[in-house]
Design a protein around this ligand. Structure first.
Ligand code: AMP
Length: 369
């Protein structure tokens, strides 16, 4: 099988790498000359709306997938007329627009924070009255890693946020005083088979994922089952094929859907080193029409992102629990350039080692490779 991947970032790289042991070859389409994925598989350089480049990708592929959700929906639809495209372009459409996404969750009976559409100053004031403060104002499109959003606590915050974001299609959400953030990664095969990884506990810094713990500490059977059941509603409704991620706020016993990503996800990187089948392998299996692998965690793990720079390799590997992944990207502020996963045999062992790991991988301190 030959898989075409729209997007040449680290997710594309890890999808391509997961394909090799199965005999699956990947080709990546990426606007830049060089890319993280392009270092491990052939790359076609072209924009995502360049139909000549898309045509070339279709010819090189038995199935096409994508590694980020801002691929133009028209390009995915155009490709789908020529070669199977998984996940389905409709999943892209829903997840590219925060209002459509929240309405989609609501239509499936999946709880979300309270939300309202904001298309004018008048609607903004009405929404603030209805939802109350604190609240979060977000752009409906092209928001990621906390970009294009503002937390509103006072009327002054509202004025400042409106001056910055007003005029674009926006959504106002109630600010959730969550206990913690969780995510679930689920996968659906071409034959409708569904498999789900255990809930993952995520900590963000400056809107960017900092640390994931898997399985989440003590989520309880009930919470895991509920998240898996919500995910399978989304998968079935979209006739989905591939890996899907849903991010949640846990507020006491409540799980509120924040957003979904129709792709493999940063909070699932631990699955490479600490699950029976990685999210990347299961994505490849799903889109290629192969049976899915088990999603069970092997022991307990913590994953830390390296943002902006990777610390000295020697230093990282001096920790015998560390499994290092470097993405081959140049170092730049706020850029995800690598990660490390550390495994422990039991939850108790993880809890014991976590403070030391937290200290070691707190934040990068200029000491680069
Ligand atoms: P997002 O880009 O929507 O995933 O938001 C980035 C981060 O902002 C989330 O991971 C949360 O930590 C925080 N956040 C977003 N929306 C809300 C909300 N409605 N209530 C509280 N925190 C939020």
């Amino acid at each position: 099988m030959r898989v075409g991947i729209l997007g040449g970032g680290q997710l594309g790289r890890m999808i391509a790498l997961a394909g090799y042991p199965l005999g699956v070859r990947s080709t990546v389409l990426e606007p830049g000359e060089e890319s993280s994925a392009g270092q491990v598989c052939p790359q076609i350089s072209g924009e995502f709306d360049d139909f000549r480049a898309l045509y070339e990708l279709a010819r090189a592929s038995d199935v096409v997938t994508f590694e980020f959700e801002n691929v133009p929906v028209e390009s995915a639809r155009w490709l789908a007329e020529r070669v199977p495209v998984f996940p389905p372009p409709r999943a892209l459409e829903v997840s590219q627009e925060r209002l459509a996404e929240k309405q989609f969750f609501a239509s499936l009976g999946i709880p979300t924070p309270p939300f309202a559409a904001v298309d004018s100053r008048e609607q903004f004031d009405d929404a603030v009255t209805k939802i109350g403060l604190p609240a979060v104002l977000k752009t409906r499109r092209f928001g990621y890693d906390g970009k294009g959003q503002a937390v509103l606590r006072t009327q002054t915050d509202c004025e400042v946020a409106w001056a910055k974001l007003g005029g674009r299609p926006l959504i106002l959400e109630g600010f959730v005083q969550f206990d913690r953030e969780l995510s679930i990664i689920a996968v659906r095969g071409r034959n409708g088979q569904i498999a789900t990884y255990p809930l993952i506990e995520n900590v963000h810094r400056d809107g960017i994922l900092h640390r994931s713990i898997a399985p989440a500490d003590n989520p309880g059977e009930e919470l895991n089952e509920r998240a898996a059941e919500y995910a399978s509603r989304v998968l079935s409704e979209l006739d989905y094929v591939g890996v899907l991620t849903i991010e949640w706020f846990q507020d006491g016993p409540r799980l509120l859907a924040n957003e979904m990503a129709p792709r493999v996800h940063n909070s699932g990187h631990w699955t490479i080193d600490a699950a029976i089948t990685s999210q990347f392998e299961n994505h490849v299996r799903a889109v290629c029409g192969l049976p899915l692998g088990r999603c069970d965690a092997v022991g307990h793990s913590a994953m830390y992102n390296f943002i902006g720079a990777v610390p000295s390799i020697t230093e990282v590997l001096a920790n015998p629990d560390a499994k290092l992944h470097v993405y081959g990207k140049s170092f730049r502020a706020a850029r995800k350039v690598g990660h490390v996963t550390l495994r422990a045999a039991t939850a108790d062992e993880l809890a014991e080692k976590l403070p030391e790991w937290d200290r070691q991988f707190e934040r990068i301190s200029g000491d680069v490779v």
